[in-house]
Write a protein that binds this ligand. Structure first.
Ligand SMILES: Cc1cc2nc3c(=O)[nH]c(=O)nc-3n(C[C@H](O)[C@H](O)[C@H](O)COP(=O)(O)OP(=O)(O)OC[C@H]3O[C@@H](n4cnc5c(N)ncnc54)[C@H](O)[C@@H]3O)c2cc1C
Length: 372
C-alpha cells in the first residue's frame, strides 16, 4: 500500500480513534485540533461498553484509568415518579478530560502529527483537498471531518442543517457527592429537558443537562435555571442540596442540533457528531463516534489496498454507516419526542414508570452489539 496522507479535522473521540486506527496501518495522519489537551467537554460521560473490544484491539488503555462500571439506570419524572432497572450491556463512567487525553497520548505514540490550529475552510480540486487554518494551508489526498456537532466549517461547506436553528442548550459541571453510587446512571427529567448524572474515574459526579432554549432563556443564568427549574424535580433538589460544585462555572453550549446531516460533503468523510448526533438520552453518541471512526478507517484502508474509485469508498462508507446507525438515530428521535415533548411527557413518562422494563428496552434499541 502506498503511504497516503490523511488529514483529520477535530481531535475528539471520532477523530482521535480514526487517527490511531489509520496510523497503526501505516498511513501518515495529521490531526488538526483547535484546543490543547486535556480539556473538559459538555458530555454526559457515559460510554457504552459496546466499543471496549474495539478499543482494546487498538491498545487504548481505557480500563487502566479507573472508569466506573455502570450497569443500572435510574429514571425520574419531574414530579418524582421513578424507575430503576439494569442496563443490558452497561457503560463506563469516564470524564472526557481523561478519555480524550488517553486517546491523544495513544495517537501521539502511533506517530500522528498534531497541529493545534483551527480549520477555517476546506476545498477539493484535482483529487486533492486543501485546508486553510489559522496558521497556513495544507494539502492531503483524504480528509476526515470529525469536528463535532456544529462548526463554522459546516457553513463553509454549505451544509443544510447549519441554516436551521436548533432549540437545545446543554450545561455540564462536576460535583462532589458523598454517596452517589458508582454503578448508576441517573436520568432526571424536568420541565423542558432532562439531566444525566454519573460518576467518573476521579470520583466526581458528572452532571450534564439538556434544556430547550425557550425554557432556559426565561432565567438569567444556569444557577437560577438550576434552582427554579431543575430543583423542582425532588431527586435533583436533593442532589444539588447535598453536593458541592467542583467547577468555577459550568460549561455551556448552544445550538445542539439533532438534524440529519450529509455523511460525505465535497469528498470529506464525516464521522462522529459531524455525521449526526443521536439524542444524548440514549447515552450512545460517544460509542457511535468511536464506531464511526472504525467504519471510516476500514473503508479507507480497503479503498487504498484495492485501489478502488473514490466514489466507491464514499458509497461504501455511507452504506456501512447507515446499516449501523440509521435505525438507532430514528429510535433516538422517537424517544426524545415521547419523553421530552411537552404535550406527551406526562402521559408517556407515567406509562414508562408503570412499566419499568420499557425504557431500558427502548434504550437498548439505540445501542449496538460489542464491536471488535
Ligand atoms: C448534553 C450532551 C450530553 C451527552 N451525553 C452523552 C453520554 O452520556 N454518552 C454518550 O455516549 N454520548 C453523549 N453525548 C454525545 C457525545 O458527547 C458526542 O456524540 C461525542 O462527543 C462525539 O464525539 P466527536 O469526536 O464526534 O465530537 P467532539 O468530541 O465534539 O470533538 C470534536 C472536536 O473537533 C474540534 N474542532 C471543532 N471545530 C474545529 C475546527 N474548525 N478546527 C479544528 N478543530 C475543531 C473540537 O475542539 C473538538 O475537540 C452527549 C452530548 C450532549 C450534547
Amino acid at each position: 500500500m502506498n503511504q497516503k496522507e490523511v488529514i483529520i479535522i477535530g481531535g475528539g473521540l471520532a477523530g482521535l480513534t480514526a487517527a490511531i486506527h489509520l496510523a497503526k496501518n501505516d498511513l501518515f495522519v495529521t490531526l488538526f485540533e483547535k484546543e490543547t489537551y486535556p480539556h473538559h467537554k459538555v458530555c454526559g460521560e457515559y460510554l457504552s461498553r459496546e466499543v471496549l473490544p474495539y478499543m482494546e484491539s487498538l491498545e487504548i488503555p481505557v480500563l487502566e484509568h479507573n472508569p466506573k462500571m455502570i450497569d443500572k439506570l435510574f429514571f425520574s419524572t419531574h414530579n418524582g415518579k421513578y424507575l430503576e432497572n439494569s442496563l443490558a450491556l452497561g457503560g463506563l463512567g469516564i470524564s472526557r478530560y481523561a478519555l480524550d487525553t488517553i486517546l491523544y497520548r495513544k495517537a501521539k505514540e502511533q506517530g500522528v502529527v498534531f497541529k493545534h490550529e483551527k480549520v477555517h475552510s476546506i476545498s477539493y480540486n484535482d483529487d486533492l483537498h486543501e485546508i486553510q487554518t489559522s496558521e497556513g494551508t495544507y494539502k492531503a489526498s483524504y480528509v476526515l471531518g470529525a469536528y463535532g456537532k456544529r462548526a463554522v466549517l459546516d457553513n463553509d461547506l454549505g451544509r443544510e442543517f447549519f441554516r436551521k436553528p436548533s432549540p437545545w442548550v446543554a450545561v455540564k459541571s462536576h460535583y462532589h457527592h458523598e454517596s452517589f453510587p458508582e454503578y448508576l446512571v441517573a436520568l432526571h427529567s424536568f420541565k423542558g429537558g432532562y439531566c444525566g448524572l454519573s460518576k467518573t474515574e476521579n470520583e466526581a459526579v458528572n452532571v450534564c443537562y439538556l434544556a430547550t432554549y425557550e425554557s432556559f432563556k426565561q432565567h438569567k443564568n444556569p444557577e437560577i435555571f438550576k434552582e427554579s427549574v431543575l430543583q423542582r424535580n425532588p431527586f435533583l433538589d436533593r442532589f444539588f442540596t447535598e453536593a458541592e460544585d467542583l467547577f468555577d462555572k459550568p460549561l455551556t453550549i448552544a445550538q445542539v442540533s439533532f438534524s440529519q446531516k450529509s455523511l460525505v460533503e465535497d469528498h470529506v468523510i464525516m464521522l462522529g457528531d459531524a455525521a449526526g448526533l443521536i439524542h444524548p438520552l440514549c447515552g450512545n453518541g460517544m460509542a457511535m463516534a468511536i464506531h464511526s471512526a472504525k467504519i471510516a478507517s476500514e473503508s479507507l484502508l480497503k479503498h487504498l489496498q484495492l485501489k478502488t474509485d473514490r466514489k466507491d469508498l464514499e458509497r461504501e462508507y455511507v452504506a456501512a454507516w447507515k446499516t449501523q446507525f440509521h435505525r438507532r438515530m430514528m429510535v433516538g428521535k422517537w424517544l426524545q419526542k415521547i419523553l421530552l415533548n411537552e404535550s406527551f411527557t406526562s402521559i408517556s413518562q407515567s406509562i414508562i414508570t408503570k412499566m419499568p422494563f420499557l425504557l431500558p428496552a427502548i434504550i437498548k434499541q439505540t445501542h449496538g452489539h460489542a464491536i471488535n
